[in-house]
Design a protein. Structure first.
Length: 318
């Protein structure tokens, strides 16, 4: 079973934690205050409007945004830039650099390592994830890295979000990914993170099936083999979105078994197995050089789930 050290979560409070309310700006990106335009950003934040399509696949490859002179006093403007819908009206295919400014803004927020930005970013999860009006895979891939780079001070905010059903499912899932990345970056927090995920998974009968699926994926990412009995109970209850993960994925992820190889003696009988194996091998290929440039194509929930599962398997293979 998981260690005794636990992250404290008050499930009686439905309001997410805010570490420093003075740093949070209420932004209405659809109806900005009078006189504000996409150019109404002070230097050096305004420089981000000129950077163009981001470079750097991993957080280690991101440019040093703080070298431009950005400091914590610019947090309100950076949050406003992330939320600015006027910037998103520019078509990335036309290579207007302003389109990409929000991506540079959330990267800069991560480099500032100030936990006060975590809640405002979580609140924008749905808008940023949208493949039509948001940033799609850019946000899905990078926002957990932002939370991880902020580090240990983000843990109470992420755990409160995960434990609170009042938050949107996508925000809770992304908070799980950020928390897992923190636990992997700071091994001293691994055991308490596992204990927290166990605490949440113990409620599998009441949880959303998607939440259960992601809780299990994170336990697998953390190699928490000791949690397998609880995971098996959750699968037996049949309240898990198995488009995300199945029990075989768990056992393979824990290193307890090899993935089944189909019997090719009867190709028609084993067509389903062959198709599944091909899908797994394709999913395990290396990640593309960069997220897709355009973000105008919407995807279904199942397609997004498969993409996340692919990303998780790629990360396990690294």
């Amino acid at each position: 079973m998981a260690p005794e050290r636990n992250i404290e979560v008050d499930n009686n409070q439905s309001t997410p934690i805010t570490t420093d309310k003075s740093m949070i700006v209420e932004v209405d990106p659809i109806n900005p205050p009078d006189g504000e335009t996409i150019h109404a950003y002070p230097e050096p934040v305004a420089k981000l409007l000129t950077f163009g399509e981001p470079e750097g696949i991993t957080i280690e490859d991101w440019p040093d945004y703080l070298a431009t002179g950005i400091t914590v006093e610019h947090i309100p403007d950076l949050l406003r830039m992330v939320a600015d819908l006027a910037l998103r009206t520019n078509d990335p295919e036309e290579e207007d650099p302003k389109y990409w400014a929000p991506v540079h803004a959330w990267r800069a927020l991560g480099q500032l390592q100030d936990a006060s930005v975590v809640e405002p970013l979580l609140q924008q999860t749905e808008e940023l994830f949208d493949y039509g009006t948001g940033f799609g895979e850019w946000a899905i891939e990078e926002l957990p890295d932002v939370y991880a780079n902020i580090g240990e001070t983000a843990i109470p905010i992420l755990t409160r979000c995960i434990a609170d059903p009042a938050w949107h499912v996508n925000a809770r899932i992304h908070a799980m990914t950020g928390l897992t990345k923190i636990a992997l970056k700071y091994p001293e927090h691994r055991e308490e993170t596992i204990a927290f995920f166990v605490q949440q998974l113990e409620q599998f009968a009441q949880n959303d099936p998607e939440i259960n699926g992601y809780l299990i994926t994170k336990l697998v990412d953390l190699k928490a083999v000791e949690t397998l009995p609880l995971i098996e109970q959750a699968f037996a209850d049949d309240n898990i979105d198995q488009s995300l993960i199945d029990l075989e994925d768990v056992e393979v992820g824990f290193g307890l078994k090899e993935r089944r190889i189909p019997d090719f003696t009867n190709p028609f009988q084993n067509f389903g197995q062959l198709q599944a194996t091909h899908t797994h091998q394709h999913s395990s290929s290396t990640r593309s050089a960069s997220p897709p440039k355009g973000n105008k194509n919407k995807v279904t929930k199942k397609a997004k789930a498969k993409m996340e599962k692919k990303s998780r398997k790629n990360n396990r293979g690294k």
